[in-house]
Design a protein around this ligand. Sequence first.
Ligand SMILES: C[S@@+](CC[C@H](N)C(=O)[O-])C[C@H]1O[C@@H](n2cnc3c(N)ncnc32)[C@H](O)[C@@H]1O
Length: 263
Amino acid sequence: MKNAKGKTYEILKPGQKIDWTQKNGEWRDNADFWVKIIRENLDPFRLRLTNKAVLEYFKGKIGLAVLDAGCGEGYLCRLLARKGHKMRGIDLDPKLIAAAKAEETKKPLKIEYSVGNIKKLPYKNGAFDVVLSNHSINELDDPKKALFEFSRVLKPSGRIILFFLHPCFDLNPEDIKEKFPQYYFQNVKITRKCFLVSGIMSPSSYSYLHLSLSEWTASIAKAGFLIEKIEEPHPKIAEMEFDPWWKENFKKPLFILIQAKKN
Ligand SMILES: C[S@@+](CC[C@H](N)C(=O)[O-])C[C@H]1O[C@@H](n2cnc3c(N)ncnc32)[C@H](O)[C@@H]1O
């Protein structure tokens, strides 16, 4: 289903085998754009809200072995390495990993980056204390595979911290009208022709997966995790009411954070 703003919704049949990230090369084409957005601090959502939420777990902790799964150009690896954690970053996109490695060469923080697929991680069982996924788990055609991999590479009692678009609000009911409830309870690939950050348009499309909230939580539990915390990071109520930027850019709950412990 297509809407006027160039967003498409495709219901995935059960067991449908596609790997859209590799096939479309969306991040390859968006890599330079993304490096600019992150390195020039152009994403107010991250700066004003979401980084703080994602990094909350690490407060007061030191020396954790952390994997940033779908690390992009590596900024969270650098932030956490500076706080004394042992960082590994993996991403499917060679250009983003090249940008991450170039930064590591310039200012070494002992971070190891690899190009790879988070559905099949190149790490030993029990290698990490934490696996972090910032806006990446919902980009996979099959996040369940990644969740089993996260469990495998975690130590007993290790944590996953998953941050992604809020599944209750990622589908736009106005786009799909009376079909909304049928779509909500199925796996839907959502593709945006492009996306805008601080007035800069991405050169390529952006696809992500919608699963219902219950499907996400059941998948996390099935992969061997106990959910400890579900948060919906949002600006303060007064900011939503009086801050012009938030009024314009936070018209519905946008984000969810799920923290779970390996059983
Ligand atoms: C929205 S970007 C977020 C990047 C980074 N976490 C950040 O917050 O800047 C999503 C990232 O997930 C990566 N990605 C998507 N599917 C992947 C997969 N199967 N394996 C590894 N990385 C993947 C993309 O290449 C892209 O860098």
